[in-house]
Design a protein around this ligand. Structure first.
Ligand SMILES: Nc1ncnc2c1ncn2[C@@H]1O[C@H](COP(=O)(O)OP(=O)(O)O)[C@@H](O)[C@H]1O
Ligand SMILES: O=P(O)(O)OC[C@H]1O[C@H](OP(=O)(O)OP(=O)(O)O)[C@H](O)[C@@H]1O
Length: 182
């Protein structure tokens, strides 16, 4: 059975990864988002994710619960191995990934499309501040990592600027994805 592609949405903090994922899922029938496991502390909201403690995460990892996992912003993130079942029923599975794990993701998932979102530095700063999920110092730290480059060796990368309206970004992505599958 062929598995649907995994679409990794990546980019700096505040660029709009979760907003784009949510909007794409709503707009495109058949595209589903993946629910990540994150050790994000109580009180910090975010996308629809499964919150676990560090100990629970480590235990899950030891039991082989993740297809992919990584460490960023002092948190642990996991892609549950059930992504394989999701890829059997969906036309594509969207997931918010770290830029640091993209080559690993390409190796593990095989069929990987990377959507690399960009936005002007001033826009990022304003959006992180408006989101208000992290402290000012944590926001500043995340902004400091904004320019992390994508690794070399990725087969399919779609770069889209999300400095403008979300609906324009989503339209641009859908048209690029259609071109890809044509
Ligand atoms: N195109 C856009 N126009 C205006 N605000 C946006 C846009 N994309 C995202 N946002 C807002 O910016 C903030 C950060 O977006 P989010 O999706 O959490 O980014 P990320 O997941 O990349 O950190 C949120 O408050 C979100 O509502
Ligand atoms: O290595 P990087 O590409 O810089 O990514 C670091 C982390 O940032 C994002 O997490 P999260 O969505 O929790 O944070 P964000 O909304 O602030 O980007 C992304 O999913 C990674 O887990």
């Amino acid at each position: 059975m062929t598995l649907a592609p995994v679409i990794a949405v990546v980019g700096p903090s505040g660029v709009g990864k979760d907003s784009v994922i949510e909007a794409l899922e709503a707009r495109a029938k058949g595209i589903q988002r993946l629910r990540r496991v994150v050790t994000r502390p109580e009180g910090e909201a975010g996308e629809d994710f499964r919150r676990v403690t560090d100990d629970a995460f480590r235990q899950m990892e030891g039991e082989g619960a993740f297809a992919l996992s990584w460490h960023a912003h002092g948190l642990l993130y996991g892609v549950p191995k059930e992504i394989a079942q999701q890829r059997q029923v969906a036309e594509a599975v969207l997931v918010n990934l770290s830029r640091a794990v993209l080559l690993q993701a390409q190796e593990i998932f095989g069929d990987l499309i990377v959507i690399s979102l960009t936005a002007d530095a001033s826009v990022l700063e304003q959006r992180l501040s408006l989101r208000g999920r992290e402290s000012d110092s944590e926001q500043a730290r995340r902004l400091g990592q904004a320019k992390t480059p994508l690794p070399k060796g990725l087969v399919r990368v779609i770069e889209v600027d999300n400095s403008g309206a979300l609906q324009d970004t989503v339209a641009k992505i859908l048209s690029r994805l259609q071109l890809e599958s044509a």
